[in-house]
Write a protein that binds this ligand. Structure first.
Ligand code: 45D
Length: 321
């Protein structure tokens, strides 16, 4: 019997809890452009009281330097106009250049703009801005999220900005030519997962913890798939490798506990929960994450879904009620 992607996506679905993240982003999407910019500033500075992103290295900032220098030379009104156009996906040369950046370079660009806002070189909020009721609603929704979910909302809004002419063009390839994200903390070495000893799973985690994406991809079947949080599955080793190089650099993966079930055809479904640290926030912030693996009878990964959890309590949610 061959495994299907559709059925793989459903493994352990009885243990899954709906995430508030898509609903929060949908609320954000309904705001006017000035409300969106103001909201991001309030959310970012609010968050910054407890956690602040690590400064991106000089090598990465260099990739965004051209755009940043253009913006620095502008008047405050022009700066605000550029930010509005990026947020509204208006087709301008600057919006296009931005959309071409890899995810980490987009974050680095906004990190630097945020610094310029703190220094008063760029205005954070449209002049004369009055906070409307809608902004308060979204801000409160964000405040209720756990920190890992809050930074996911920020990240997703940043990634979505700019103007991308290709309908579904991917900029994962760009990341391969960029400097690696430096690790902020040493990666975990000895991995043990309570309840799970599957070699492919342990090797997957170990490979990601040293940024060895070729080793991670070698653990998948030729038609294997990886489904990131809130995304469609990425299918095939080449596509997975490009994705991991772009998005999984510098992660510290700390699985804790799991459950493993052998299916009739000899394949296994395994659910693991644990914490993941992003190099953007280091040890300050652990995201609560679940992995749902489908391992074929030969011990290769056919499918893994990565889910963002709300709370540490959800980490214990391994069996359907
Ligand atoms: O508009 O097993 C201002 C995979 C003003 C791989 C601003 C994974 C106005 C396989 C505030 C300045 C990758 C899937 C904007 C595992 C304005 C695997 C700036 C999971 C925009 C485990 C805002 C990995 C700024 C995960 C600067 C789950 C915002 C990784 C900065 C998750 C936000 C990583 C930052 C996350 C957000 C990183 C730096 C969620 C970073 C988030």
């Amino acid at each position: 019997m061959s495994l299907s992607l559709e059925s793989a996506q459903k493994i352990f679905s009885g243990t899954q809890v709906p995430s508030p993240i898509p609903a929060t982003i949908a609320l954000f999407e309904q705001l006017s452009v000035d409300d969106k910019l103001a909201l991001l500033w309030f959310a970012y500075t609010e968050l910054g009281r407890t956690i602040t992103p690590a400064a991106p290295g000089a090598a990465r900032l260099q990739l965004a330097e051209g755009l940043l220098n253009q913006i620095k030379k502008m008047s405050n009104d022009e700066q605000m106009q550029v930010m509005r156009e990026m947020t509204d996906h208006v087709d301008t040369p600057l919006s296009r250049s931005y959309a071409n950046f890899s995810v980490n370079t987009k974050l680095a660009f906004w990190y630097e703009l945020g610094e310029l806002m703190k220094q008063g070189i760029v205005t954070p909020v449209p002049p004369g801005y009055q906070m409307g009721a809608g902004v308060k609603v979204v801000l409160e929704a964000i405040q209720k999220l756990d920190p890992g979910q809050q930074i996911t909302v920020l990240r997703n809004t940043v990634v979505d900005m700019g103007y991308d002419p290709g309908a579904d063009s991917s900029n994962y390839a760009k990341a391969a030519m960029e400097p690696m994200f430096p690790r902020t903390t040493p990666s975990p070495t000895k991995i043990t997962i309570e309840g799970v000893t599957e070699p492919a799973v342990l090797s997957y985690i170990e490979a990601l913890n040293v940024d060895n994406f070729d080793a991670a991809v070698a653990l998948f079947t030729p038609n294997g798939a990886l489904q990131p949080p809130f995304q469609k599955p990425i299918v095939g080793p080449q596509a997975i490798a490009a994705y991991l190089r772009a998005e999984a650099q510098g992660l510290n993966i700390m699985p804790e506990t799991g459950i493993s079930e052998v299916l009739v055809d000899g394949s296994k479904q395994i659910k693991i929960t644990g914490r993941v640290q992003t190099p953007w926030f280091g040890v300050q912030l652990g995201m609560n994450i679940a992995w749902r693996f489908l391992i074929n009878p030969e011990g290769k990964i056919f499918f893994v879904a990565i889910d963002m959890l709300a709370s540490p309590q959800e980490l214990l949610n391994l069996r359907p009620a």
